[in-house]
Design a protein around this ligand. Structure first.
Ligand code: ATP
Ligand code: MG
Length: 381
């Protein structure tokens, strides 16, 4: 029998929450992403706990144990318990009463199996006690071991309940599936048939899912499948999945970055469609702009820093289906380390105001064209 282990499980805060609930007579389990990630040997993200205790009881019990409780989503049965400095999302076992493709009305239940049945994929419906004993009411473990992302129950029905599951299907495939295996055919067909449902989702939710998908080590096969299934065009009209695979290939060794990947997909109104932050929007626009022009890598590095220059060079090569230019790293290092030797004071008082700015830009262009070699005196004379 597989057991969960790892220092994160032994964390006194996590142990404290689980023990407090258990000792008060309410079974409580780690569930979902943290159990899945631990079993796959991946870093643990957020900690979700499922319990038979109702939210008010959870609150009483945890507060009595000296823990801080925040009523984050009490109507849906969730409170956040801070223990040992770590937030734990504690949610009462639930079942769906009513769904409309976007929201669900839930009722509390005492049955783990019911709680499991409303989750999305079999690998996301694993529960673990604080000792690490696993409960697998829907047979998710074999799927997890085979790295198969499979809907719980009838895919079409599960998607009709919540269309976000379409995007989650592709995201989890990108992160967890066996690379040599395609997507689960039944799940894929159900997603394709329900593609229109994407339009009913909030742009915040679509954007958050898409960015998580694009942060996977290799999202290219999942995104290609989304395009083929007619889903990508609902997420990002005009996006082209083709440059993504070459980009990921060229990235080798460069940390995954969803905005760089988004730039490769194109699709003009990504900021609006995916509700990107101001910072993400600015970066996306800059990368698209640099990738589309012919500024040298060294100049890009001088103007925007080494990371942006590298991102833009990767994008350019991916879009043109070319290898990275020879000497790229050296050029970027040169540009990033260069210091323009002329100061405004050097040109004053002969130049003032706009003329001063123009003169500085002219000299800077000359200096860049020289490969950052011309010195102060050479530039001034
Ligand atoms: P990660 O935190 O890495 O995004 P996760 O699996 O923990 O992955 P969450 O969104 O944190 O995903 O959700 C926690 C759990 O809640 C999931 O593992 C799944 O069991 C359930 N869940 C989340 N969203 C849905 C959904 N839209 N439909 C059904 N179950 C869901
Ligand atoms: Mg999670």
């Amino acid at each position: 029998m597989t057991r969960l282990s790892g220092p994160w499980l032994k964390h006194p805060g996590t142990q404290g929450v689980l023990r407090a609930l258990e000792e008060a007579g309410h079974p409580a389990y780690l569930v979902g992403g943290c159990v899945r990630d631990a079993l796959m040997g991946r870093p643990i993200g957020d900690l979700d706990i499922a319990t038979a205790a109702r939210p008010e009881r959870t609150t009483e019990i945890c507060e009595a144990a000296g823990l801080k409780v925040i009523p984050t989503g009490i109507d849906h049965g969730t409170v956040t318990v801070i223990a040992g400095g770590v937030p734990h999302e504690v949610t009462t076992f639930r079942r769906d009463v009513e769904t409309d493709g976007r929201h669900a009305v839930v009722a509390f239940t005492d049955a783990m199996a019911e709680d499991a049945s409303r989750r999305d994929f079999t690998m996301n419906a694993l529960y673990a006690t604080r000792e690490g004993t696993l409960h697998d009411p829907l047979d998710g473990l074999p799927d997890l071991r085979a790295r198969r992302v499979r809907f719980i129950g009838e895919p079409a029905q599960r998607i009709a309940e919540d269309h976000l599951r379409i995007l989650r299907f592709f995201r989890f495939h990108a992160w967890f599936a066996e690379p040599s295996e395609g997507l689960d055919p039944e799940g894929l067909a159900a997603c394709a048939a329900a593609a229109d449902g994407i339009d009913a989702l909030s742009r915040e939710r679509i954007g958050a899912e898409m960015l998580k998908l694009l942060a996977a080590p290799d999202p290219a096969p999942a995104v290609a499948a989304m395009a083929q299934a007619g889903i990508l065009s609902h997420v990002l009209p005009g996006a082209d999945p083709k440059p993504l695979a070459p980009l990921v290939h060229l990235e080798a060794g460069t940390a995954p970055d969803p905005i760089r990947r988004l730039a490769a997909l194109g699709g003009g109104d990504a900021p609006e469609r995916l509700r990107l932050s101001r910072q993400q929007t600015t970066r996306l626009a800059l990368l698209c702009d640099l990738a589309g022009n012919v500024t040298s890598a060294a100049e890009m590095a001088w103007r925007h820093g080494a990371d942006t220059a590298r991102d833009a060079a990767l994008l350019r090569a991916a879009l043109l289906e070319q290898p990275l230019p020879e000497g790229l790293d050296t050029d970027i290092a040169t540009g990033a380390a260069a210091t323009f030797p002329v100061k405004a004071q050097d040109l004053m008082p002969a130049y003032q105001g706009k003329a001063l700015g123009d003169r500085l830009r002219t000299l800077e262009a000359r200096w860049i064209a020289s490969g950052f070699r011309l010195g102060r005196d050479e530039l001034l004379n």
